[in-house]
Design a protein around this ligand. Sequence first.
Ligand code: FES
Length: 371
Amino acid sequence: MSGEGQSAPAEQHEVAVYDRGAAVVQADAFENPGLPPHRPRQTDLHPAKERRAERQVVWWFLLSMVGSVLAIIAYVAVPIESGDMGTVRFNNLFLGLGIALALLGVGFGGMHWARQLMSSHEVVEERHLSRGSEKTRARAVEIFQLGDEESGFSRRSLIRNTLIGAIALVPLPAVVLFRDLAPAQDAVEAISNTMWKAGSRLALDPTGTPIRASDVTIGSAFHVIPEELTSVTHAEGYLDQKALASVLLVRVPLDRLNEQPARAGWSYDGIVAYSKICTHVGCPVALYEQQTHHLLCPCHQSTFDVTNHAKVIFGPAKRPLPQLPITVDDEGFLIAQSDFTEPIGPSFFERLGRVDPEHVPLSAAELETRA
Ligand code: FES
């Protein structure tokens, strides 16, 4: 391969370098160093070692079979019971162990077989132009035309068109099936209503201890749930409700808070509450930078400015975190003025026109009157 390149005239190199389809052509090819001497393996030299390697491969494959059977037994013997996280954990653990064993057994067995027992010799494959010769290309066209002629694909247009229609429709059942995997409830409705309502106390996650405004010092951040959530069991959808209603509560200096007039009453003495569900694809926004008052989503680094209605200042999120309007009750505990006024979660839903930026929740006075 290389020796030929060295002795070829310069003009031939020019042609070869620019010839389309050539994978690699070196103008200054060096002499082919040849292959190093073949080194036989231990299994090539000693029949006893060969037999031992054979047994090892068999053991790997047997282990794989055991793993597969274990996975099936685990799936049947440890069923998942709705609302019981213990059964989910055990089911996943044993199922995972079985499948891992099955895959590892096949993988290691195959690798060991190839490395120790399959024939071992060096092979050289010369690179060649990927473009076929003119003769090959002409023959390919000829075969294609012959196929067209014999099948009548071009001639029998009705058959051809119905075939195209049938192929186009084949994926449709899959589309319908996958569509049916989506929740029966309208997705936007599902994320438009959370447990928050007028008067809900803001409570620490996960203890459910109500939070007084005086507990929230400047620079601190609280992970918050509605107090009522603590009385919801897992079977009643605790996790679903928590995923909707989780909130981050922070207090920023009043002179740093830049509130829109329509939302002036949504915070309390510099304390603001925002949905913890990122508006990009829904990860929990859990990192708070105390000095800059930025909230950071660890998934794709979307960054929200708490002093500016949690507007996006970096990253792929497309809209601010929804704000939960809050105030305090007679005992000084922080309470919600209403539910969120827009769907929480990914900003895709905003494009459906479901966000109501003009919505103003109840004022504290109105809230008091209603209570
Ligand atoms: Fe938060 Fe992507 S989910 S940045």
